[in-house]
Design a protein around this ligand. Structure first.
Ligand code: PFF
Length: 449
């Protein structure tokens, strides 16, 4: 058992760590990709609405559970009730969240490995190692295994250092760098010929796409994934948050930061696509939709980097560095979910627990790399499509229906003593009790129609 529970050292430390968790591949890869394939600005609009109507309230649910329970996700729900059945069911849901977290990290490491390979590839193009560069850009099992291993090692290294000296320190250093690079790259891209056509697609909504139910499903999944919900990531980070902080305020800061970065990433990537079109690249897929996902990041954008000459090498290095930072600060929070369980239940040091858990997750990545076509899409759908929304709804049900209202209020009053008179307290508890589970369930059923 741990003697004294670790804590983030400062408010800004928590904000950077939580924002680091939230800002990840979901923002810089996922969000622009979703915008591209879901009708441009209409998706941006639905995404913003769902983030504030559903994802933000759930973020507060997770952070409050975590700070109250002061424990890993498996024990956390069981602490909300004295009822044996609710407690046991809570354990079960916690274990489910741990499995989803491990699977999520396994695919995150694979994608991040690709990004690392492209980062090294861009760097080595300066020095000029053509054979090495070709190997780095080729999608082979050996390259993918090696770079997923490098990424896993770095993630393990940071988490093994602990909350303050590892997660907080790295997030506080890397997040400002990420913001600066993103602003620089978006600013530069907007000066390229053709980019303004992309800005128009990004910012002018075509309301007819709102009639398509898939836009809501995709925006919901995207906003939950982006705010790191549904695997207990924010429960665990909340458990390390000082009792002097106001959860609704600090949660709002994290959510705003996350949305801002996603918005900026869209302002980088969609105009970059149209700049590539201006230079003659094909930016549409076989169905006539804007290219998205891997082909967008690893094929179309590199064409643009090549065309714009010497500055393209620098842009390419910065771009893949940006994505790598985003991936790392998120991956450490995902790994912390199972690591906190292992530390608190197995009497192991943080170092051993991290190595063991990170090693096990890497084995899943390796198996997935070897059986990529079958396993990768399965894991992606199981985690990001079905599980995180389901688990989030259950977290809401625990807070709304099972946790005593007076205890919930007491926890929220820490750090915001006058909260009982606030608009937040008048709306939020009933909102997460009734509205969130019903809305999530409604959207969830759309997966099966
Ligand atoms: N929010 C991250 C992203 O946008 O890529 C993904 C994520 C991180 C999900 C941490 C869940 C989590 F606990």
């Amino acid at each position: 058992m741990t003697a004294v529970r670790s804590q983030f050292n400062s408010r800004i430390g928590f904000i950077m760590a939580a924002a680091g968790s939230a800002v990840g591949l979901g923002n810089i890869w996922g969000f622009p990709t979703q915008v591209a394939s879901n009708g441009g600005a209409a998706f941006v609009l639905v995404y913003l609405i769902l983030t504030f109507l559903l994802a933000y309230p759930v973020l507060i649910v997770e952070m409050t559970i975590g700070r109250y329970a002061q424990s890993n996700v498996v024990s956390a729900l069981s602490k909300l009730s004295d009822n044996k059945i609710a407690a046991n069911f809570g354990y079960g849901i916690g274990l489910y969240a741990i499995i989803v977290a491990c699977l999520m990290l396994s695919f995150y490491a694979i994608i991040s490995g690709w990004l690392f390979a492209h980062l090294i590839g861009s760097l080595s193009s300066i020095i000029g190692f053509p054979d090495f560069e070709t190997w780095l850009y080729e999608n082979t099992v050996s390259r993918n295994l090696i770079f997923a291993a490098i990424f896993a090692t770095l993630t393990i290294y940071v988490v093994a250092k602990g909350i303050e000296k590892g997660i907080e320190k790295w997030s506080k250093t890397l997040m400002p760098i990420l913001l600066i690079i993103l602003v620089l790259l978006a600013g530069y891209t907007l000066t390229l010929p053709g980019a303004l056509a992309g800005v128009r697609v990004y910012l002018l909504p075509d309301f007819s796409s709102l009639a398509n139910p898939s836009i809501y499903i995709n925006a919901l999944g995207q906003s939950f994934f982006s705010l790191s919900l549904g695997i207990g990531g924010m429960i665990v980070y909340g458990s390390y948050l000082s009792k002097n902080e106001s959860i609704p305020k600090i949660g709002a800061t994290v959510a705003l930061f996350d949305v801002l970065i996603a918005f900026l990433a869209g302002l980088l990537i969609i105009p970059a696509l149209y700049a590539a079109l201006h230079y003659g690249a094909n930016i549409y897929d076989a169905n006539g939709l804007l290219t998205s996902g891997e082909s967008l990041i690893f094929e179309v954008l590199p064409i643009l980097f090549d065309i714009i000459g010497t500055s393209g090498i620098i842009v390419s290095i910065l771009f893949f560095f940006l994505l790598s930072i985003a991936a790392l600060t998120s991956a450490i929070s995902i790994l912390e979910v199972p690591v906190s369980l292992v530390i608190e239940t197995q009497n192991l040091t943080r170092r051993k627990a991290t190595l063991l858990t990170g090693g096990a997750v890497f084995c899943v990545s390796a198996i997935t790399i070897i059986n990529f076509d079958i396993l990768f899409p399965l894991i992606l759908d199981f985690t990001t499509k079905y599980s995180i929304t389901l688990i989030s709804a259950i977290f809401c049900i625990y807070v709304g229906w099972i946790w005593k209202r007076t205890n919930l209020l007491k926890e929220l009053q820490r750090g915001s003593s006058d909260i009982s008179n606030s608009l937040f307290w008048k709306i939020w508890p009933n909102y997460v009790k009734f509205v969130c589970p019903v809305l999530i369930a409604l959207i969830f059923t759309q997966f099966f129609v």
